[in-house]
Each structure stands twice: as structure tokens, then as C-alpha cells.
Ligand binder design. Sequence first.
Ligand SMILES: Cc1cc2nc3c(=O)[nH]c(=O)nc-3n(C[C@H](O)[C@H](O)[C@H](O)COP(=O)(O)OP(=O)(O)OC[C@H]3O[C@@H](n4cnc5c(N)ncnc54)[C@H](O)[C@@H]3O)c2cc1C
Length: 340
Amino acid sequence: MEHIQSFFSLTRLNSFGIDVKAKYFCKANAIDNILSVLDWQQKQQTPLLVLGGGSNVLFTKDFDGLVLQNALKGITLEKEDDTYYYVKAMAGENWHEFVCYCVEQQYQGIENLSLIPGNVGASPMQNIGAYGVEIKDVFESLEAIHVQDKHIQVFQHADCQFGYRDSIFKNALRNQYIILSVTFKLRKQPIYNTSYGNIEQALEQMKVTTPDMASIAKAVIQIRQQKLPDPKVLGNAGSFFKNPIIPDQLFEAIKLKYPQIPGFPISQTNTTKVPAAWLIEQAGFKGFRLGDVGCYPLQPLVLVNYGNASGEAIYAFSSNIIERVAKEFNIELEREVNIY
Ligand SMILES: Cc1cc2nc3c(=O)[nH]c(=O)nc-3n(C[C@H](O)[C@H](O)[C@H](O)COP(=O)(O)OP(=O)(O)OC[C@H]3O[C@@H](n4cnc5c(N)ncnc54)[C@H](O)[C@@H]3O)c2cc1C
């Protein structure tokens, strides 16, 4: 039986650095550990929370149950064909280290996702994405264990219902599975994606004329380091809100008052994606700080903990933003971060 600790501090296990405790805590580094801990948790009838790197959660209170940190490790090349390598990574592998490993091995397709904090196991949860690439573009399958009956199930791409920062694991199957491993389908022949954000500009500055996986990863890392706060220095969970997708009609109506509103039409849906950062800035929150909570001055979509903010204070701050944006634009911002 794994070692279960009581009243365990989660401060160092969440990137906001919120000072909360778990009633019970266990770090599992083998599937057998997970099974025995689930037995224990069911006997205790205590709630369960699975944690990876804690970089997409906001704790607003102590967790009155068991926090299970998934620390399964291992990366294996499962198979290859003419076009792809099929690479399986266990859930507890650090995401960025996994990306670096793939770049080294010349497994192509996730270099644009460099430096995203967190672990592999959480990557399908919200279909992580950045710089024009999402997990769904390279996802082959995943293995997960059902928390109630403990069977292990394989989910193929179509089973996961990936969407923008979304999957079935955030919806119909929320809290029902623990992801054990993810298999990625990575190209042998590169198709680089440098058109998004400032990647081309960064490559130019680096004097790279023929980009490769390593130089693209380096460019993405540089851009991210300039734009986003390092959670080790300033607590945060990346983008706090999703970019809203609104009916074209509403977009046109807003445009009458705000002709400069940026928007990205989504083909064949009569909807447009609007940058939440722009809406938040217009609502007056860019760089705004209240006590130890604030909008990061360089990127208002990122809420930061300047020191000893409580999770409740950050949550209240986010509610205030939602209210003000709704009032001004009639758009309901949705939180991307998981609230506990
Ligand atoms: C500075 C910064 C920048 C970021 N940039 C990006 C970005 O560019 N793109 C992006 O998409 N995200 C970004 N994020 C958000 C975050 O990095 C990702 O969502 C990441 O995948 C979270 O991984 P994690 O292991 O930390 O998950 P956690 O925060 O530990 O968990 C997130 C959710 O997934 C669940 N979960 C975790 N592991 C498992 C598992 N094995 N099985 C079942 N459920 C599980 C948890 O219960 C929780 O609900 C950023 C965050 C930060 C701090």
C-alpha cells in the first residue's frame, strides 16, 4: 500500500502557489500503486482529485479528500511506419522535457508546444495548444483507468472529442478516468509550422534561414519567456480564460462601437473567435492589480499571484473580469483553469 500523507501542503504543487492543504495526499509511480490507492479511497469514501504538474488549477480552499499525484514515468517508441513514429509517454513525464526528447530524436510535430508547463497526462484533458499546433494534431491514443471499476481502457482519437481547450475528459467523463499514458503520432518527414505568432520574426533574429525542429523549439521558448511570467517567480496558470467564440452577428454589432476589435472567423460556423486578452484590456484590466492579485501587464489573459493571494481572491478577481466584459460586450468569458 502506498504511503498516504495527511494534511499535506499543496503550495509547491500548484503553479499559482496557493497555500492550501489536501486532507490526504499520495504520489503514485506505478499502476499498481494507483489501483491500491483507489481501493483505499473507495473504502474511505473520500473525494478524489488527480493532479499532474498543477499548472492548470486554482485551489480556492483546502481539498477535503485524496489528492493523487500521477508520477508514472517512461517514454517508449511503440512502433513506426513509413510516415510516423508512435511514441508512448507515461502521464507523469514532464511535458516540456518530453518535447525536448522528441526534438532530439527528430520525432516531429510538437516542437511548437515547447515550454508548456505540466505533465503529459494532462495534455489531452484540455487539448493543449500553442503557436498553431494542438495535441489533437499529433494524438494517436491514450490509456486510462476508470476510477470506479478500475478497468483500463484505450481511447482513440475520435473517443476523446477534442475541441478548443476541450475534450471528453472535461465534459461527459469528467473525474471518471485517470490518464495513464498518451501515445503520439510524430512525423518522420517534417512539415514545419512557423506562420503563427512571431515565430518567423524570432527565427530571423536568430539568423536562422533554414528552420529545423530545434530552432523552432528555441524560437518558441524565447517568445514564451519574453511574453509569459515564469510561475516559479510569479504564480500563475497561463491563460485564465478561453478565447470566446461568438456569433458573427454579435461580432458585427460590437464592431460598430469598437471598429478595431480583432476577430478570427471560423469557417462554416457563422462564428468568430475573439482574443479574450483584447476584451479584458478594453474592460480596463490590463496591468490592473488589487492586493496580491493582478492581470499580468504584458498579457492580460494571465492572472498572477504577486505574493500571498488566496485562491478565493483570484477567483473573485476573475469573476469581476467576467462581469465587466459581459456588461461591455455581452460576451460571457469562460475560465480555462480548473477551479477546486
Ligand atoms: C506559464 C503557463 C503557460 C501555459 N501555457 C499554455 C499554453 O500555451 N497552452 C495550453 O494549452 N496550456 C497552457 N498552460 C496551462 C497548462 O500548462 C496545461 O493545461 C497543462 O496541460 C496542465 O498540465 P498539468 O500536469 O499541470 O495539469 P494539472 O494542473 O495538474 O491538472 C489539470 C487538470 O487535469 C486533470 N488531470 C491532470 N492529470 C491527469 C491525469 N493523469 N488523469 C486525469 N486527469 C488529470 C486535473 O485533475 C485537472 O483537472 C500554461 C500554464 C502556465 C502556468
